[in-house]
Design a protein around this ligand. Structure first.
Ligand code: ZN
Length: 572
C-alpha cells in the first residue's frame, strides 16, 4: 500500500470562491485523493483557509466585525460549501491556528539560526492620521505604469503590475482616506533566498518528471534579471502570527507579524498537526507524513495549485523547508492549472460575474458541476465555461449516457424478472468482446488518473459508460427476451453488474451519484476492479436491488437562458 500526501492550495478567507478557483486546485486534488483511496492506498488530503494579510483585515472592517470573528465565520462558510461539493479533505484547517503560529515561529527561528534571515531597516509609508504604517492594500494611489487611479500598494488591478507602496502617485490611506503620509523607518526580516539559489536549482533540476510549465516558471524566477531575490517575511500589521524566534521574543520586532506568504504554506504542515490534535493522536501520527526521519521517507507528496502559485511552491516554501536544516518532506510532484474563464470574459468577484460555489449548489447538485469542471479542466491551456457547453455536457454525458443506461436496465429487469439479479444464460462473443474492451479502457483510465491527466481520465470514463450503452443497444434484452429469456437474463445480469462497476469507477468524479448507485444496487463494498471480468460477476443471481430515481435531470433551454442572464454580472 502506497502512502500519498496531497495538498490543495489554500483558498483565501475573504469570501466564497468561484468555480474557476474550485477547478484550479481543490477539485482535481479531491479527484486524485478519492482515486488513490479507491485503489486502497493510504491518503492524507489537506487543505485550509488562508487567513492572514490585509485583505482579511479590510473585509472584516467592511463587515463591521473583529477580524478573528470574521475569519472564524468565513472558515465555517467555506468548510460547509466544501463538504457539500464532496471535497474529501482529511482535515480542513486554518492558517490562524495555534499550531501554525508555533510552527511558523519555529521555522523562522531555524532559518535565523542557519544565517538565512537578515534584518533590513527600510522606509515605509506611515499615516499620521491613522497612527500606523500602511502596507499593501492599506494604501492606494495612481499606478505609475498605466495611470489607473485605484492601484493598491502591492499591485495594480488594472495592469497587474506588482507595486511597492512608495511607487504610487498621489497615495492615500484606505482606512481614513488621509493623504497626510510620510516615509518612516521600520525594520523587517528578509528570507535570504539568494543564498539558497544553487540548492534550489539543483533540486528543481532533479525533478525530471515535472511538467515544463512548472519548471520553466521556477527557472525564470531563479535566473531572470538579478536572479532569485531575498524576500520580506514580516509586516507592520496587527492580525497575523507575531514575529518570534521559535518560542523566544525577537528583539526589535515587537508588534510585527509574519507576512502571509511565509506562513500560508507552513499551514500545510500545521494542518496535519491540527488533524492529529483533533483526533487525540500524538505527534508521531502527523510527523510520519512530514518528517523523513519519522516515517515520511516513503511518502509521495503531490501539490495541486493554479499556475500563479507555482513560484511560491517551487522556491519560497522549499527554501523555508531546506533552510531549516531539518528533514522535512519536500514535494514530489506539482500539478498546476491554467485559468478557467467565464462566458467570454473572466470570473469577477467584485462585479459578481460568473458562478460562485454557493450559487452553483443552489441551482444544481454538486455532481453536475464536478463532472463539467473536471472534464473541462484547464490543463494544457486556459478553458472557458459557457452555458451551452455545460448544458450539452450534462445532458449528453450524464443524462443520456450514464443516467439512461442505469434507468433502462433496472426498469427492464424489474418489469420482467423482478427486483433481483436474474439467473441463467452464458456469455457469448458479444460479451467477451465487451470484457476485452472494458479491461483495456479501465487500465487506460487508471493510467490517466495516476498521471493526473484529468481531462483524459474523464474521456476514458465516459468511453466506459458509452461501451455499456452500446452493448445494451446491440444486445437488446427486450427483444431477446421474447425468444430466448435465458440469454436475456444473462444480458440483464451483466448490465446490472455494469452499474456496480460504474459506481466504483465514477466515484472520484461524481461521488454523490456513485453513492446513490451503490445504495440502489445494495453494494456496501466498492472494491476496485483489478480484474474487470471478475468485477462483472460481483452481483450474483438472486441479489436484490432497487430502481433508483432519475439520476440526472436534463437542463432545459429555458433554465440555461435564465442562468446565463442571472450570472452575467455587471459588465464593464
Ligand atoms: Zn497599472
Amino acid at each position: 500500500m502506497a502512502r500519498i500526501l496531497i495538498t490543495s492550495a489554500i483558498p483565501y478567507i475573504n469570501g466564497i470562491k468561484h468555480l474557476g478557483n474550485l477547478v484550479g486546485s481543490q477539485l482535481p486534488a479531491d479527484l486524485f485523493a478519492r482515486y488513490q483511496r479507491g485503489r486502497g492506498n493510504e491518503v492524507m488530503f489537506l487543505c485550509a483557509t488562508d487567513e492572514h494579510g490585509t485583505p482579511a483585515e479590510l473585509a472584516a472592517a467592511k463587515a463591521g466585525k473583529p477580524v478573528a470573528d470574521y475569519c472564524a465565520e468565513m472558515h465555517e462558510v467555506q468548510a460547509d460549501i466544501a463538504r457539500r461539493f464532496g471535497l474529501s479533505f482529511d482535515h480542513f484547517g486554518r492558517s490562524s491556528s495555534p499550531q501554525n503560529h508555533a510552527l511558523t515561529q519555529h521555522f523562522a527561528g531555524q532559518l535565523a539560526e542557519h544565517g538565512l534571515i537578515r534584518e533590513v531597516v527600510e522606509q515605509q509609508m506611515y499615516s499620521r492620521a491613522d497612527g500606523r504604517f500602511l502596507p499593501d492594500r492599506y494604501i492606494e494611489g495612481t499606478c505609475p505604469n498605466c495611470g489607473f487611479e485605484s492601484a493598491r500598494g502591492d499591485q495594480c488591478d488594472n495592469c497587474t503590475k506588482q507595486l511597492d507602496p512608495t511607487d504610487l502617485i498621489n497615495p492615500h490611506s484606505t482606512i481614513s482616506g488621509s493623504t497626510d503620509l510620510e516615509l518612516r523607518e521600520t525594520k523587517h526580516l528578509y528570507l535570504r533566498q539568494s543564498a539558497m539559489k544553487d540548492k534550489l536549482e539543483a533540486w528543481i533540476d532533479s525533478k525530471t518528471d515535472w511538467p515544463v510549465l512548472t519548471t520553466s516558471i521556477a527557472k525564470k524566477w531563479l535566473n531572470d534579471g538579478d536572479g532569485l531575490q531575498d524576500r520580506g517575511i514580516t509586516r507592520d500589521l496587527d492580525w497575523g502570527i507575531p514575529v518570534k524566534k521559535g518560542a523566544e521574543d525577537w528583539p526589535g520586532m515587537e508588534g510585527k507579524v509574519f507576512y502571509v506568504w511565509f506562513d500560508a504554506p507552513i499551514e500545510y504542515i500545521a494542518c496535519a498537526k491540527e488533524w492529529a490534535d483533533a483526533k487525540g493522536l500524538d505527534d508521531s501520527a502527523w510527523q510520519r507524513w512530514w518528517r523523513t526521519d519519522k516515517g515520511a521517507d516513503d511518502v509521495r507528496y503531490v501539490e495541486f495549485m493554479g499556475k500563479d502559485n507555482v513560484p511560491f511552491h517551487t522556491l519560497g516554501f522549499p527554501a523555508t523547508l531546506m533552510g531549516s536544516g531539518e528533514p522535512w518532506k519536500l514535494v514530489d510532484y506539482i500539478k498546476s492549472f491554467n485559468y478557467l474563464n467565464y462566458d467570454g470574459g473572466q470570473f469577477s468577484t467584485s462585479r459578481g460575474r460568473g458562478v460562485f460555489m454557493d450559487q452553483a449548489l443552489e441551482i444544481l447538485p454538486a455532481d453536475y458541476w464536478r463532472w463539467w469542471l473536471l472534464s473541462h479542466a484547464p490543463e494544457s491551456s486556459d478553458a472557458e465555461f459557457t452555458w451551452d457547453n455545460f448544458q450539452v455536457s450534462v445532458n449528453k454525458d450524464l443524462a443520456d449516457v450514464l443516467g439512461n443506461f442505469v434507468s433502462r436496465i433496472t426498469k427492464f429487469c424489474r418489469s420482467k424478472f423482478g427486483e433481483a439479479v436474474p439467473e441463467g444464460g452464458a456469455y457469448g462473443s458479444q460479451e467477451e468482446a465487451l470484457l476485452a474492451d472494458l479491461t483495456a479502457r479501465v487500465r487506460a483510465y487508471e493510467g490517466c488518473m495516476e498521471a493526473m491527466e484529468v481531462r483524459k481520465a474523464s474521456q476514458e470514463l465516459r468511453a466506459i459508460w458509452v461501451a455499456g450503452n452500446e452493448y445494451l443497444q446491440s444486445a437488446a434484452p427486450w427483444s431477446t427476451f421474447k425468444t430466448d429469456p435465458e440469454t436475456a437474463a444473462m444480458q440483464v445480469r451483466l448490465g446490472l453488474n455494469l452499474i456496480r462497476l460504474y459506481a466504483v469507477l465514477s466515484a472520484p468524479f461524481i461521488p454523490f451519484t456513485s453513492a446513490r448507485l451503490a445504495e440502489a444496487m445494495g453494494i456496501p463494498d466498492l472494491g476496485w476492479p483489478d480484474d474487470v471480468a471478475a468485477a462483472l460477476t460481483a452481483l450474483p443471481a438472486g441479489h436484490g436491488f432497487s430502481v433508483p430515481d432519475v439520476l440526472f435531470a436534463k437542463i432545459s433551454d429555458e433554465d440555461r437562458e435564465d442562468w446565463q442572464s442571472r450570472f452575467a454580472g455587471i459588465r464593464s
